[in-house]
Design a protein around this ligand. Structure first.
Ligand code: SF4
Ligand code: MSK
Length: 669
């Protein structure tokens, strides 16, 4: 039985049947390097169900679309250009490949930025209601952080009440979204020389609503038809996400629910418990999860579970919802994006509650196949076939209580065969940018100075952000893990967010003893400070923590006066979402070399491609890169870091001799 396509649908899709046969032959071991996911893919196959992995194998991407050489921005089209000879013709309106690809890219940035900024605005709305006593259940948990964030944007804090500071902070941060003219508040955190460059190019964001609206307007048929000008607005919009919407989401979540501190926490499907009511929370905004945590600790709900024969309620995270509470509360994480269906296939998940982003439409149907209850909770994100229990922040236990009751009911009536992969991977999670400051400099002299010093003295070669999704078009987790291993081996400290950090946690690299895999200098620093060589920072919006860390490195001094001077680089090696494109663009506009894998939506050799991959750097920004091989990707990042070190005069002789074939063979062994 295949749960995702009816017999009638198959009759109408004869091509898919042929492709399905081909997919059946695909080697599942080539689809994932996660043993638990592989075990469950085999179970899915035996049970006759498909998954995102097999659907990806069945449905080849459209080659014209993959290179962004098609346009459907008006109904004289859709128009398809020939990616092999992109200047041979234009769209019906005369649009060139550069205009078409830039507009498509811009729409990705607009959608990705809208997702993060909407998330951030929801958090800000809740913050306002908490401060004004309208949400009794939540309160300001981290008053120090509230004061620090307020001070960072010029709000006076001395001798003022929490409520007064919070109200001022709310009013100020609201401008991040609604402001029509002027600069967003967190522009004050940007290193002055970087900000100067943005001002020179007219890309300091006003408010996110304005920037996204303008980008959507400019990409309408017959408006902005100069790829340079479109990319400028892409940068402005993306910066409204990174230094705006996402940063507000991170800071307000910390203020309300506590700034993460390193704690030992577990990742993988082995944290499902056969003898407990298992509930999975999947999505992005922390509100639902916080409500679920409170409800699952309610003695009445625990009694309910026990009355049904369970030992308790076992709450687990998925994707970024999970990544955020992993560091903040130590709640175990079941798996990253593409593991959602395999996790359901364990038969052990009694209920799934979801809010927004990265929730595949296939999930309710898969849940149905294994008797798992599936609940949408956010009015923005309903899914056909799913039960909707709306989450209201003013009554944050209402929907969670209903979800728990239904989960207990499913536990009582479990019929699905339960097979739980036994793997549990422990690691240290929850490195906020504040904690990095503290762990390096101590509580009373917290500072990034030791980090800068260790970069200057060469023990740490540089810092890399490895972030982003997993994508079934490549072997799950493999590129993330091999890339990070290669980076730390060459003394590059790695910081992580999102599904990427779950890949590395499963590979055991978030344990302090993973320092043995690091080069001598990084190993020495890790052992002295007692940290792993790979630091997990949280969810997708928490990429803003990396921006703040970069700004702090510039402020401390010794590594240049702009973010683009720093020996840092970024990568999203298995990205799949539009949010990732927006994140990439805000890192590039901030000054960071950012490499993507899997695919890149441009035709190589076009003027637009050249602008993203070289031109932006010539203008003083960062630039994009692309590679699919993890060792090659690491080499590109390390070469860039070395280029920045050389420009800073940090040219001590190194032992590195990278990427000969011998090295590559040795790395593969
Ligand atoms: Fe074709 Fe131009 Fe319309 Fe795009 S905007 S679909 S290129 S005619
Ligand atoms: S959840 S955007 S798959 S990181 Fe943020 Fe994971 Fe990518 Fe979604």
């Amino acid at each position: 039985m295949r749960c995702t396509m009816s017999h009638d649908e198959k009759k109408e899709n004869p091509v898919s049947i042929a492709e399905e046969k081909k997919a059946k032959k695909a080697d599942l071991r080539e689809m994932t390097s996660c043993p638990s996911t592989l075990q469950m893919l085999k179970k899915l196959e035996a049970d006759g169900h498909d998954s995102v992995f097999t659907r990806a194998a069945e449905m080849k991407p459209c080659p014209i679309g993959a290179e962004s050489a098609c346009c459907k921005h008006c109904f004289m089209g859709p128009c398809r250009l020939n990616a092999k000879d992109p200047y041979a013709r234009t769209g019906v309106c005369g649009a060139t490949i550069d205009t078409i690809a830039a507009r498509n890219f811009a729409r990705n940035v607009a959608a990705g930025g809208a997702a993060h900024t909407d998330h951030g605005m929801v958090m800000l709305d809740v913050f306002r209601d908490v401060v004004n006593g309208k949400v009794a259940h939540f309160k300001v948990q981290d008053e120090d952080k509230l004061r620090n964030v307020a001070m960072s944007i010029g709000i006076p804090t001395e001798n003022r009440s929490v409520k007064d500071i919070a109200n001022d902070l709310y009013s100020e941060l609201e401008r991040t979204y609604t402001q029509v003219e002027g600069e967003i508040p967190f522009a004050k955190r940007v290193p002055p020389k970087t900000l100067e460059l943005w001002r020179k190019h007219g890309i300091v964001p006003r408010g996110a609503m304005r920037e996204i609206m303008e980008l959507m307007h400019r990409t309408h048929m017959g408006v902005d038809q100069d790829y340079n000008n479109i990319v400028r607005q892409c940068s402005r919009t993306a910066l409204a996400d990174g230094w705006g919407g996402s940063m507000v989401a991170t800071e307000i979540s910390d203020i309300l629910f506590g700034t993460p501190e390193p704690r030992v926490a577990g990742v993988n499907m082995g944290f499902l418990r056969e003898d407990q009511v298992n509930i999975l929370i999947h999505g992005h905004e922390p509100l639902l999860f916080e409500g679920m945590i409170a409800a699952s600790n309610d003695p009445a709900n625990i009694e309910l579970a026990k009355a049904a024969g369970a030992k308790g309620i076992n709450l687990l995270g998925m994707c970024c919802s999970g990544a955020e509470v992993l560091g903040r509360h130590g709640i175990p994480h079941a798996g990253n994006f593409v593991s959602a269906e395999p996790i359901i296939a364990t038969g052990a998940v009694d209920a799934i509650g979801v809010d927004v982003q990265c929730i595949m439409q296939a999930l309710p149907k898969m849940a149905d196949c294994y008797g798992t209850k599936f609940f949408t909770t956010n009015p923005r994100a309903k899914i056909e076939g799913a039960t909707h229990f709306e989450f209201h922040e003013r009554e944050p236990l209402e929907a969670p209580n209903k979800i728990i009751a239904m989960a207990v009911e499913r536990f009582r009536n479990r019929t699905a065969k339960i097979v739980i992969p036994q793997r549990q991977d422990w690691g240290v999670h929850g490195f906020s940018h504040e904690y990095v400051n503290y762990m390096l400099g101590g509580k009373f002299r917290g500072s990034y100075t030791p980090l800068n010093d260790n970069i200057i003295n060469g023990r740490i070669r540089g810092v890399a952000g490895v972030v982003g999704c997993t994508n079934p078009r490549v072997k799950q987790d493999w590129v993330h893990v091999e890339l990070v291993k290669e980076l730390i081996k060459h003394n590059v400290l790695v910081v992580q967010t999102g599904c990427s950090q779950i890949a590395l946690a499963k590979a055991g690299l978030m344990k302090p003893d993973a320092a043995v895999l690091a080069g001598e200098g990084l190993q020495e620093v890790c052992e002295t400070v007692g940290i792993p060589p790979v630091l997990s920072l949280g969810s997708c919006v928490d990429n803003s923590r990396i921006l703040i860390a970069c700004a702090e490195m510039v402020r401390i001094g010794g590594l240049g006066d702009k973010i683009s001077d720093l020996p840092v680089a970024g990568a999203a090696p298995e990205f799949m979402s539009e949010k990732a494109i927006c994140i990439g663009q805000y890192f590039v506009a901030s000054g960071v070399y950012t490499i993507f894998g899997v695919t890149f939506p441009t035709v190589e050799g076009t003027k637009f491609h050249e602008l993203l991959f070289n031109g932006l750097e010539e203008q003083g920004f960062g630039k994009w890169g692309f590679a699919t091989d993890p060792i090659e990707m690491a080499g590109m990042m390390i070469d860039h870091i070395d280029k920045k070190r050389a420009a800073l005069g940090l040219t001590e002789k190194r032992e590195r001799k990278l990427f000969s074939m011998e090295d590559r063979r040795a790395a593969a062994e």
